[in-house]
Design a protein around this ligand. Structure first.
Ligand code: PEP
Ligand code: MG
Length: 326
């Protein structure tokens, strides 16, 4: 079966009845974008740019960042790049950006909250992304599709603060020196933003659900806890209800929704996510052919039935039992 999945890896991912779901790759290292394409990825659904920063001994400047992002965009050759802005703090410290000792780092200065304390860092990163995706004359190339995604957003105020920086850059940088195919979206990984998805959906261009953190914060279980993490299941009905709300809010505004957490490559979860209406799944490069193959095994009606069944359960364990029995 793995051989069959590999053979079909460049075919677009569709359910048995032809419902299209995009399958993209998560990426930590921009040098691995070519490998993701070779494995059939239809784009990058999550570039964890903090790894670009962690690979440098000091804060990478504009030119260094442009070089990094361009490497990924070149390899993608016109496929979309969803680049998440710097997501440090919490479990991911950055040596040259010390944050005060916190008793609960996961509930502290991390993600967009931390980034907005030094807006000049966010500004340089956004500028580098816009410029890396610019059209070029030699070799002749159109502007590349760039999707910028903000981590750990809890409400629309944080989105607006980042949007204001991006809008100003868009005015400042001449049209030929930046991409004009740009979307700005947010990760849904804090329950607050799922609950407020309808207010966010009116302003963002897209959502991508980070099920790793969304599960951690919904169930109040540390995602790395040695004893409890097994209970931190993204198929828990509480998490699924938040995803359902997110998709409904997005689609009501004509916006798309991806899932870029671990749940997107869970074979049991794939039909449930599709049934909930998710438009894109972003998974590790290795999983791309397998997730595409999984999508070809069911139709949309079955996916919707599985989503309904899962939503009706009372515990995460009950969801898995009910889906496996089916
Ligand atoms: C997530 O939280 O689900 C996610 C994709 O981001 P990260 O794992 O990098 O926190
Ligand atoms: Mg996260």
């Amino acid at each position: 079966r793995e051989a069959e999945a590999w053979e079909a890896r460049f075919e677009p991912a569709r359910t048995r009845d032809g419902h299209r779901v995009e399958v993209a790759s998560n990426l930590g290292n921009t040098a691995h974008a070519a490998d993701a394409v070779e494995r059939g990825a239809e784009g990058v659904g999550l570039l964890r740019t903090e790894f670009v920063f962690m690979a440098h001994a000091e804060m990478p400047g504009l030119e260094t960042q442009i070089g990094e992002y361009r490497e990924a965009l070149d390899a993608l050759d016109g496929r979309p790049l969803v680049a998440r802005t710097l997501d440090v703090g919490g479990d991911k410290p950055l040596p040259y950006w010390p944050v005060p000792q916190e008793s609960n780092p996961f509930l502290g200065l991390r993600g967009i909250r931390l980034a907005l304390t030094k807006p000049e860092v966010l500004e340089t990163q956004l500028k580098a992304l816009l410029m890396a995706a610019a059209p070029s004359a030699e070799p002749k190339r159109d502007a590349r599709p760039l999707r910028i995604m903000l981590p750990m957003v809890k409400d629309v105020a944080e989105f607006r603060a980042a949007r204001a920086i991006l809008d100003r850059l868009f005015e400042e940088i001449p049209a030929g020196e930046r991409s004009d195919d740009v979307q700005l979206g947010v990760m849904i990984e804090v329950p607050s933003s799922a609950l407020l998805a309808s207010t966010l959906a009116a302003e963002v261009d897209f959502f991508s659900v980070g099920t790793n953190d969304l599960t951690q914060y919904t169930l109040a279980i540390d995602r790395d806890h040695p004893e409890l993490s097994a209970q931190a299941d993204g198929l828990h009905p509480s998490v699924l209800r938040l995803i359902e709300m997110t998709v409904a809010a997005a689609h009501a505004e004509g916006k798309w929704v991806g899932v870029c957490g671990e749940l997107a490559s869970d074979a049991t979860a794939v039909p449930v996510l599709v049934g909930l209406g998710v438009d894109e799944l972003s998974v590790s490069a290795r999983q791309v052919p397998l997730v595409k193959a999984r999508l070809r095994e069911f139709d949309l009606e079955e996916a919707r039935a599985q989503a309904t069944l899962a939503l009706a359960q009372a515990t995460g364990e009950a969801v898995r039992d009910a889906l496996e029995a089916r």
